[in-house]
Design a protein around this ligand. Structure first.
Ligand code: DAV
Length: 356
């Protein structure tokens, strides 16, 4: 039985999914989508039937296995996706569970993903999702017709994005949980306005979905733009975000620390992200946070904020499109300890940060 209960990005992690690189293929997508979101030098790789180099996949799988073992050592129950032969299905991979499922409280929401290569990704998580019901977790299928093409169909395109409004579309990684009643997110090349309306309906009236708009012409996922470290403290991407723009958002009043520039790298290539994937971190508890071995400036910065960075090699996973936050999905974070901590904090500061 799997207990699902997570409503922020930092409370002590107890149960988690760690992705698998097995069978990873370059996504085959509308060229407009690839050109809007992917690094130019790698566009030619995004074609049907083209696997990621096997050395990278094998090394990424070892990195993911090491991550799973570290999380177990830290007391987390770790689940792995089922292995799916993506080559025959026109799919991508199950290395990035953060993108296709959104956990909020005891709800698990299926994201109506825009990319056609990702429409069958739930296959990898199905054995896990089947175990949810006995625990009282609420599984919410997207109930969106994913066969409709969100790129070109629909009344209008929304602003600078290649995606249209042909059907609701959102990726879970365009959103961050900031507490039991607060989600922060963005529109992007994979999240449209009707997608945000769909997400709001799925979450219900008690949860505020607040949108911010970072300056990111290639926007696809918010988790290399903002990284909450604990309540009131977050890293931000100084290339994309002016922290004064968070005034009036749920992060108003937070201490916002610019992430250090990414370390130079050439191998393995970052096929699918910007180098800022370095700030895509997984916070394990109020002390521990996972970082890539070579990101020493970032580790020093985290140390100066009283955190203990745990350094793991993860460059091959990063090559496939994400780092520690993308490659995991929190199922349960220890709410009681977080609430107890908040109570202590309130007693000390007399500031009522979050209504009971
Ligand atoms: O370069 O901002 C990183 C996150 C991918 N899930 C980027 C994308």
């Amino acid at each position: 039985m799997i207990v699902v209960d997570a409503c922020d990005e930092w409370s002590p992690l107890r149960e988690v999914v760690v992705g698998t690189a097995y069978g990873a293929m370059f996504p085959d997508e509308d060229p407009r989508m690839i050109e809007a979101t992917m690094p130019r030098e790698h566009w030619a790789n995004f074609r049907a039937g083209h696997p990621f180099p096997s050395r990278i996949v094998d090394a990424a799988e070892r990195e993911l296995q090491a991550l799973a073992e570290v999380l177990e050592t830290l007391g987390c129950v770790v689940h792995r996706p089922q292995r799916v032969p993506w080559a025959g299905l026109g799919g991508y991979c199950a290395a990035m569970p953060r993108d296709c499922l959104l956990v909020m409280g005891n709800r698990v929401l299926e994201a109506p993903m825009a990319w056609r290569s990702r429409r069958q990704e739930l296959l990898a998580y199905w054995p896990l999702l089947r175990q949810l019901r006995p625990s009282g977790a609420r599984w919410l299928p997207s109930a969106v017709d994913l066969a409709l093409d969100p790129h070109t169909s629909g009344p209008s395109h929304s602003g600078p994005w290649v995606i249209g409004e042909g059907r609701p579309a959102w990726d879970a990684a365009d959103f961050l949980r900031l507490g039991p009643r607060t989600v922060l997110g963005q529109l992007s090349h994979v999240t449209n306005r009707s997608g945000v309306a769909h997400l709001r309906t799925q979450l219900g009236p008690g949860i505020n979905v607040h949108l911010i708009q970072p300056d990111d012409p290639h926007a696809m996922h918010i988790d290399a733009t903002l990284c909450p470290l604990r309540e009131g403290l977050a890293l931000y991407n100084p290339d994309r975000l002016d922290p004064t723009h968070l005034a009036g958002s749920p992060m108003d009043g937070w201490e916002l620390v610019p992430a250090p520039s990414p370390e130079p790298r050439d191998h393995p290539p970052l096929y699918m992200t910007s180098p800022w994937v370095s700030m895509n971190l997984l916070v394990v508890d109020n002390q521990h946070v996972l970082t890539e071995t070579r990101d020493e400036k970032l580790q020093a910065l985290l140390g100066s904020y009283g955190m203990t960075p745990l350094a793991l090699p993860f460059r091959n996973v990063q090559a496939m499109g994400g780092s520690f936050h993308c490659a995991t999905l929190d199922l349960r974070r220890d709410r009681h300890r977080a609430e107890a901590r908040n109570r202590d904090h309130r007693a000390i500061s007399s500031v009522d940060e979050r209504p009971a």
